[in-house]
Design a protein around this ligand. Structure first.
Ligand SMILES: [Zn+2]
Ligand SMILES: [Zn+2]
Ligand SMILES: [Zn+2]
Length: 338
């Protein structure tokens, strides 16, 4: 994530909707991938740097939930992020609103990365797979719900996230139960979107053969594979071939986990560069150089966390086999055919 500045010069952040230094409104312009400092003019917000007029997304007005902007001439009520929502939870209580806002923030962070990488959210040639999000509750956290178990997952473009994932206690308990090294809301979004782009960019494309060579047969029976994964304890040396324990469950889960790590890596490198922690000299297309930078940064990041008494920020090892898989994700995203 880049950092952003208000027109007064103060550093501001991606989710800010007001500059604490000068009091101007702030909004994110997803067309330009930049924050705009905005003056109120009637129903409009005006950016004096270029005179352009905007409205906030309706979820800002109704819930203070979204700082993304719509340009003058765009008559839809919701921004390009909120427009992707198929279902939002019951927002009649403050607790649910708070949890939902956490999900929306992580979703916008994800979409920022996708747009920065040049990935279309609604590609013209989408093979009938439309991206959408459903944020749902189940009876485990809300006794009024009929569904007893809503799993976070992806199906034909629809990404479902259980609202309870926004609850730190719940998420940490599940992380412990599943023996995961890392479980975050942003990580969920990055994983699930990997399934979506598999369908858009890989399933029926020139990349399919390379996919099968590195990840395996995507048509491996899903139910059987997951049952086997949850029934057996993981092999001790899973980390030689997989970025995470869960990645060994199925070739498509391996892809989604690897895709998520690609986004962890490129986004964190961008943040580190922006804040002057590293000086990037890797070409954006050179995956070996990107991974060398990442190794150095992630080791430093873990050491910083330990100095603060925190767990490692990146508790993963990138082996040669994982490197090859990350390289395929990189080539697919950058459309590098050679
Ligand atoms: Zn300011
Ligand atoms: Zn919005
Ligand atoms: Zn998955």
């Amino acid at each position: 994530m880049r950092d952003f500045h208000c027109q007064c010069g103060a550093r501001v952040f991606f989710h800010n909707s007001r500059c604490l230094n000068c009091g101007l409104s702030l909004g994110f312009d997803p067309q330009r991938l930049q924050m705009r400092s905005l003056r109120v003019e009637g129903a409009w917000r005006v950016d004096d740097s270029d005179g352009k007029r905007f409205r906030y997304c309706r979820n800002q007005r109704d819930y203070g939930a979204c700082n993304w902007l719509l340009p003058e001439g765009e008559h839809k009520p919701y921004c390009i992020s909120c427009r992707l929502n198929r279902t939002v939870p019951d927002l009649s209580g403050a607790e649910n609103i708070g949890r939902w806002i956490k999900l929306e923030e992580a979703k916008r962070h994800l979409l920022y990365s996708l747009l920065s990488l040049g990935l279309a959210l609604t590609p013209a040639n989408n093979r009938g797979v439309n991206l959408a999000f459903a944020f749902l509750e189940d009876a485990r956290t809300n006794p009024d719900m009929a569904e007893s178990f809503i799993a976070t997952g992806h199906k034909s473009g629809l990404i479902t996230i259980n609202l309870a994932e926004a609850d730190d206690l719940y998420r940490e308990r599940v992380r412990e139960e599943l023996g995961e090294h890392y479980r975050t809301i942003l990580g969920h979004f990055r994983h699930e979107i990997g399934h979506y782009y598999y369908e858009i960019l890989v399933a029926d494309s020139q990349w399919r053969e390379s996919f099968e060579t590195l990840f395996g047969d995507p048509q491996t029976d899903y139910g059987e594979a997951l049952n086997r994964y949850y029934a057996l304890s993981p092999s001790a040396d899973w980390h030689k071939a997989y970025i995470s324990n869960y990645a060994q469950a199925h070739p498509l889960e391996d892809w989604a986990e690897t895709w998520a790590h690609y986004l962890h890596i490129v986004d964190t490198l961008e943040t580190a560069t922006t804040f002057g922690l590293i000086s990037r000299d890797a070409e954006p297309g050179d995956m070996d150089a990107i991974l060398s930078e990442w190794l150095e940064l992630s080791v430093g990041l873990n050491a910083l966390n330990r100095s603060m008494g925190l767990a490692d920020a990146y508790p993963f090892v990138i082996t040669p086999a994982v490197r090859d898989k990350l390289n395929l994700v990189h080539r697919v995203i950058r459309n590098l055919t050679s």
